[in-house]
Design a protein around this ligand. Structure first.
Ligand SMILES: NC(=O)c1ccc[n+]([C@@H]2O[C@H](COP(=O)([O-])OP(=O)(O)OC[C@H]3O[C@@H](n4cnc5c(N)ncnc54)[C@H](O)[C@@H]3O)[C@@H](O)[C@H]2O)c1
Ligand SMILES: [Zn+2]
Length: 358
């Protein structure tokens, strides 16, 4: 079975990628963790699809699970949801010998990973990501957390999972738009680290090629970056923010949920690529190649008219990086070669946002 090892001293773990892995969860958990009780945390969309198979696999391997369901959607990434999850675990009598399984997309991974990292000062957890975004991005690297009314991901921990099981067969039940937006992070990985992945992405869009292989390549890219900069100190991990500075502001300006994260990030990447062409020598043909790939995946390449440049800039000003006057912006020298630049001004960014209308 394809797997990627994340090498982080005593926090090292494996990411197993393939099909029909859900039924192997109990077996793998029993082998890895000497725990007889666990909480399976999932959401209201994923529970009816996969919870039963996960619970069965656990009980067949002598593990006694409880199921904890939260409403699907970003609103479940809250402190009150964390408290609710933890209290259900306490009421069920789970102790420090228990573990947790996060079964779902990035919302569940972040929420349940956070709950596991603080429950009785921390118990092991297994990520079972079921969206493309969570398989290639959020389940790898150990960032957990929730939102507050003031902003996203403001509370959380760095806490690595004990194991990640990415079953690509679960992606077949995703709503089309959610599946597509996941490709924005895949294209991001290609743009910052591996331009040869462009072909593999087109193959998948054409209904050819192996999704397992594509997810594995992405996991490898993210894992290698995380290994070099687990706690986002050296700057390596910042490369993963390619397209996100402008993209986040667009996402927030549209009103959360109007433009999906991946859709907003696609626009952010186009703006960043054009700036790269102006400031870092990225060939114009590479910018076109990136835009064509977004079109192929049906991700937007033009800013919706109802989102004004002023509102986007306003959202950016709330970004701490901006108010401090030091803009750390990810640019590309070439496709597959990203770096952190300090030479991008607010004027550059304003022009790049305006340029997204053409
Ligand atoms: N920790 C990190 O490093 C990191 C990185 C990137 C993003 N994130 C976070 O990830 C979250 C977004 O994750 P997401 O895009 O996976 O969103 P999500 O978890 O909300 O999932 C999207 C939708 O798909 C549904 N769903 C999930 N799996 C399904 C399946 N197999 N079949 C049918 N429906 C399914 C969910 O119920 C939800 O409605 C954000 O909160 C973001 O902040 C975290
Ligand atoms: Zn992202």
């Amino acid at each position: 079975m394809p797997s990627v090892h994340v090498n982080l001293a005593d926090r090292s773990y494996d990411i197993v990628i393939g099909r029909q892995l859900i039924s192997s969860i109990g077996d793998r958990a029993a082998e890895l963790l000497n725990c007889r009780r666990c909480a399976v945390v999932t959401d209201s969309h994923v529970a009816p699809l996969y919870a039963e198979a996960v619970l069965r696999s656990l009980t067949e391997n002598g593990i006694d699970p409880i199921l904890i369901k939260v409403p699907a959607g970003e609103t479940s990434k809250s402190m009150s949801a964390v408290e609710d999850v933890c209290r259900q675990m306490i009421l069920a009598g789970l102790d420090r010998k228990a573990f947790l399984i996060a079964l779902g997309g990035g919302v569940i991974g972040d929420l349940a990973g956070f709950a596991a990292s603080i429950f009785l000062r921390g118990i092991p957890f297994i990520q079972v990501p079921t969206t493309l975004l969570s398989q290639v991005d959020s389940s790898v690297g150990g960032k957990t957390g929730v939102n507050t009314p003031e902003g996203k991901n403001l509370l959380g921990t760095f806490s690595q999972p004990a194991l990640v099981i990415a079953d690509v067969a679960t992606l077949h039940t995703l709503p089309q738009r959610v599946y597509q937006e996941g490709f924005a992070e895949v294209i991001k990985h290609a743009a910052i680290r591996d331009a040869s992945m462009f072909e593999a992405i087109i193959d998948i869009a054409d209904g050819q090629g192996s999704l397992t292989e594509l997810v594995k390549r992405n996991v490898e890219i993210k894992a290698r970056i995380v290994e070099q900069d687990e706690h986002e100190i050296t700057g390596e991990r910042a490369l993963l923010n390619f397209g996100h500075t402008i993209g986040h502001a667009i996402e927030a300006s549209a009103g959360y949920g109007e433009l999906f994260h991946g859709e907003a990030i696609a626009l952010g990447m186009i703006a960043a690529a054009r700036l790269s062409s102006e400031l870092a020598g990225l060939p114009p043909a590479a910018v076109s190649q990136l835009e064509d790939l977004f079109k192929r995946i049906d991700l937007p390449t033009r800013l919706p008219e109802n989102i004004s440049t002023e509102i986007i800039l306003d959202h950016m000003k709330h970004d701490k990086k901006f108010s401090e006057g030091k803009i750390r912006f990810i640019l590309l020298r070439a496709l597959g070669d990203a770096f952190v630049s300090h030479d991008v001004s607010t004027e550059h960014i304003t022009d790049a946002i305006k340029g997204l209308r053409f």
